[in-house]
Design a protein around this ligand. Structure first.
Ligand SMILES: C[S@@+](CC[C@H](N)C(=O)[O-])C[C@H]1O[C@@H](n2cnc3c(N)ncnc32)[C@H](O)[C@@H]1O
Length: 250
């Protein structure tokens, strides 16, 4: 019987030039549902309209964030709800986020935690962290959310030292794209069996797509392939908004 954990393991040359052999074969079955740019825009708008309902606080947060000059790069409401649902499906005692921005995704995650659960969210910009702290207080989740200030690659080893291996139930990765492979290297030992790692932008950003020859997309491609080929994880990427990866540790 095929070991499903290894069936998708990548060949040795996975880190070489990117090739997409499955793509050519896929076009036939996709013909009936051709994803034109217009259809993609419609699909994204439709799913966010139907599944992206959010409360006034989250709507106001984004308006205020933009008024205060924070970049408009938070996840959409449907992705936020997905994060909340996934966090609630884990043991939900300890969650970790890389890239707080204004606290939008952090509030969704905090709402999915079990009673007594905690979220540590890492943010390099003190302006973003200050804004997010106010929003966590307003949203009534400040007692379970702690912002760790500093670059993720510096803060993550400190967190590992402090919490110990296999201590984290849920991780959301949404900071510097070129650092995604290093985030996974540092996060891997932290994730508890049954824990989830979720990452945003695994199919692109507002200006790039995964097959583009940019440092961001090369790094994200390497991150995707590393997790997909890791025998300790089961992973899938969903084409919601800019692509959300979800991987579960055995
Ligand atoms: C895409 S935004 C995060 C959006 C947020 N997760 C949300 O959906 O509401 C990325 C954030 O990560 C922060 N950031 C970027 N590189 C970082 C790094 N190396 N370490 C920590 N934070 C970083 C940025 O300052 C920015 O606030």
């Amino acid at each position: 019987m095929t070991d499903v954990r290894c069936a998708h393991r990548l060949s040795e040359d996975a880190s070489g030039p990117r090739q997409y052999p499955a793509y050519a074969g896929a076009t036939r079955s996709l013909r009936r549902m051709e994803m034109t740019p217009q259809r993609w825009a419609f699909t994204t708008a439709y799913t966010n309209e139907v599944f992206g309902v959010q409360d006034d606080h989250l709507t106001e947060l984004m308006t205020e964030a933009i008024e205060e000059g924070l970049p408009d790069i938070a996840v959409s409401a449907d992705v936020g709800r997905f994060l909340m649902m996934l966090a609630s499906m884990t043991r939900g005692r300890l969650a970790l986020e890389l890239g707080t921005l204004g606290g939008y995704s952090g509030i969704w995650i905090a709402r999915g935690l079990q009673r007594g659960g905690r979220l540590l969210t890492v943010e390099a910009s003190s302006r973003h962290a200050d804004f997010a702290q106010r929003q966590f207080e307003r949203a009534g989740v400040a007692d379970k959310v702690e912002i760790r200030r500093g670059p993720a690659l510096v803060v993550l080893p400190q967190i590992t030292e402090e919490l110990g291996e296999a201590s984290v139930d849920f991780v959301f990765v949404d900071a510097t794209k070129t650092e995604y492979p290093d985030y996974f290297r540092l996060l891997r030992p932290l994730i508890a069996p049954g824990g989830l790692i979720v990452a945003d932008n695994v199919l692109g950003t507002s200006s790039t797509w995964i097959d583009m020859e940019t440092p961001d997309m090369h790094a994200v491609d390497r991150f995707n392939r590393t997790i997909a080929g890791d025998p300790d994880f089961e992973a899938v990427a969903l084409p919601i908004r800019e692509g959300v990866l979800m991987a579960r540790r055995y």
